[in-house]
Design a protein around this ligand. Structure first.
Ligand code: NAP
Length: 268
């Protein structure tokens, strides 16, 4: 799969539809055995049967609700399997609407899936991969995490977490463990129905990517060894400039006195 030629099996979360199902398809065609994870066993079985017939790779399915600790533990344990070299940390949900109108239990469940499960699975994978000094972790983030203007306060924050988490892990894990955060823009999947956003059909078609194009671009970025992949961004120099502006802040983010504009002048 990668420039390091990772040949092992891939565990894909959220493989029953959308981006995860497209990853499963592409990885099977590239010859990777698969472990497919989601809640909908029937959909996972149908996908596994099709891909086995079309590609001949070995596919296991693991039904799990990743917001439930016991189910998550099963998937974490599976990542210790020496045959697994790749984690596609993809399962995620979104939620439409203004924060104060959102159902707080759904908000919490979104944080549980988009943040807690991504973190626990990355931890399990990173430990297993570190022991073998090889492997790859792909975390599916979102451009929303870069853009408060899009007004998805909790969803966007969960995705900002995923991007930051991946960038920071890069500094701690062996260079032989490949890491990538993929930041899709709007992509035609069921997430737009499930989130209560009115379906992908309601979106401007000029801003909507087809899921196969998205995953093919993400895999191309992976093969190029990118840490951050924004499939729709024409010029990577734009993200580099954004990151350089952030890095320029670093020397002044922690100092022994407040900046002059915050200095309270003594009353005369
Ligand atoms: N589509 C976009 O525009 C877009 C843009 C940026 C980022 N993303 C990200 O891409 C990822 C995939 O989303 P998608 O667009 O492909 O949406 P999707 O078609 O709705 O797929 C979501 C997947 O996650 C699984 N899932 C949901 N809740 C789960 C749970 N509690 N436990 C286990 N699996 C669960 C679903 O399967 P089951 O229902 O069978 O469990 C499904 O396979 C998400 O992280 C999303 O935030 C999507």
């Amino acid at each position: 799969m990668s420039k390091q030629d990772i040949r092992g099996a891939a565990l894909v979360t959220g493989a029953s539809s959308g981006i995860g199902a497209a990853y499963a398809d592409r990885l099977a065609r590239a010859g990777h055995d698969l472990v497919l994870v989601a809640r909908d066993t029937a959909r996972l079985e149908a996908l596994a049967a099709r891909l086995k017939a079309e590609t001949g790779v070995k596919i296991d399915i693991l039904t799990a609700d990743l917001t439930r600790k016991a189910d998550l533990a099963k998937v974490e344990a599976r990542l210790a399997d020496a045959a697994i070299d790749i984690l596609i940390n993809n399962a995620g949900v979104s939620l439409a609407g203004a924060f104060v109108e959102q159902d707080l239990d759904r908000v919490e469940s979104m944080i549980q899936l988009n943040v807690v499960s991504v973190t626990r699975l990355a931890h399990a994978a990173a430990k297993a991969f570190a022991a073998r000094d090889r492997g790859a972790i792909v975390n599916i983030s979102s451009v929303v995490g870069l853009a408060p203007e899009l007004q998805m306060p909790v969803y966007g924050a969960t995705k900002a977490y995923v991007t930051y988490f991946t960038q920071t892990l890069r500094q701690q894990l062996s260079p032989n463990i490949q890491l990538q955060a993929v930041l899709p823009g709007a992509t035609r999947t069921e997430i737009w129905d499930r989130s209560g956003s009115g379906g992908a059909e309601a979106l401007d078609p000029n801003m909507l990517m087809e899921v196969d194009d998205l995953v093919d671009a993400a895999l191309a970025g992976f093969h190029q060894g990118e840490l951050i992949t924004i499939p729709s961004l024409p010029d990577p120099a734009d993200f580099a400039a954004y990151d350089a502006a952030r890095a320029k802040l670093l020397p002044n983010l922690s100092r022994n006195r407040p900046a002059a504009r915050y200095t309270v002048s003594e009353p005369a």
